[in-house]
Design a binder for this molecule. Structure first.
Ligand SMILES: [Zn+2]
Length: 54
């Protein structure tokens, strides 16, 4: 999977679980893993106090 900020490659552990936080090695952005179908995807980590409502 690729960083949503800088497109650097982010590798999550094979046993990573949804809800875990991964950090981009390039820009340091944090992303939360979530499961979409069979695959883990990343989304911007929830920032406390900020509403990501769609
Ligand atoms: Zn990045």
């Amino acid at each position: 999977m690729n960083c949503l900020e800088c497109d650097a490659k982010i590798s999550a552990p094979k046993d990573a679980l949804p809800g875990e936080i991964v950090t981009c090695p390039d820009c340091g952005a944090s992303f939360e893993l979530y499961k979409e179908g069979e695959n883990l995807q990343i989304r911007p980590a929830q920032v406390e106090g900020e509403d990501w409502g769609e």
